[in-house]
Structures are given as structure tokens and as C-alpha cells.
Ligand binder design. Structure first.
Ligand SMILES: [Zn+2]
Length: 101
């Protein structure tokens, strides 16, 4: 028993053995196709603050056409305003803690 040279048709010359249509095989193995973008693991999403991640989310939504440029800018303004507010709160708390200690 020999190993077939074509992994697609096992050297039969036809791609589909079970279907009604028999497609001729050209024995050309296609390179693996990249995963559709939404199914790819988001491995680059590490080591970020929630603020940075929200900004990346807004950018991604805009790139994928789910957010208009104007809505993207409004979203970024809102994220930054909240971030600045929380930075001020954090600084005030830290200052209070330092003065009390
Ligand atoms: Zn083949």
C-alpha cells in the first residue's frame, strides 16, 4: 500500500468521492487560508489599561465600518474625559493618603 501523492483526491483525479458532482482535481494543494478576521485570536490585547483598550475598540469599530469618523471622535473624547476625571480623582486620593500618613 502506497501513500497517495495528492492529499486532495488521493490520486483518484476527483475531489469529491461522496457528492453527486465529481470535480476534477488539478492536484494543486492550496496554501492554508488565513482565519477570517473575526475568528482570529486577539493576542495583541494585553498589557493595556481599560482606557487604552476602549480606544482600541473604538478604532476597531471604525475600521470595520461600524462607527462613523464623527462617532469615533466623540467616543474618543468621552473616553479621554472619563480617563482624565479618574486620573484627577486618583491623584487627589493619593495626595490625601500621603498627607495623612
Ligand atoms: Zn488530486
Amino acid at each position: 500500500m502506497t501513500t497517495p501523492r495528492c492529499p486532495i483526491c488521493q490520486d483518484s483525479g476527483f475531489k469529491d468521492h461522496s457528492g453527486f458532482a465529481m470535480d476534477p482535481c488539478d492536484h494543486q494543494v492550496q496554501p492554508p487560508q488565513p482565519l477570517p478576521i473575526l475568528l482570529q485570536p486577539a493576542t495583541d490585547w494585553t498589557g493595556q489599561t481599560i482606557e487604552q483598550r476602549l480606544e482600541e475598540c473604538a478604532a476597531a469599530l471604525t475600521i470595520h465600518g461600524l462607527l462613523s469618523q464623527a462617532a469615533h471622535q466623540r467616543t474618543l473624547d468621552c473616553i479621554r474625559a472619563r480617563g482624565n476625571f479618574q486620573r484627577e480623582q486618583h491623584a487627589t486620593l493619593a495626595e490625601r493618603t500621603t498627607n495623612d500618613g
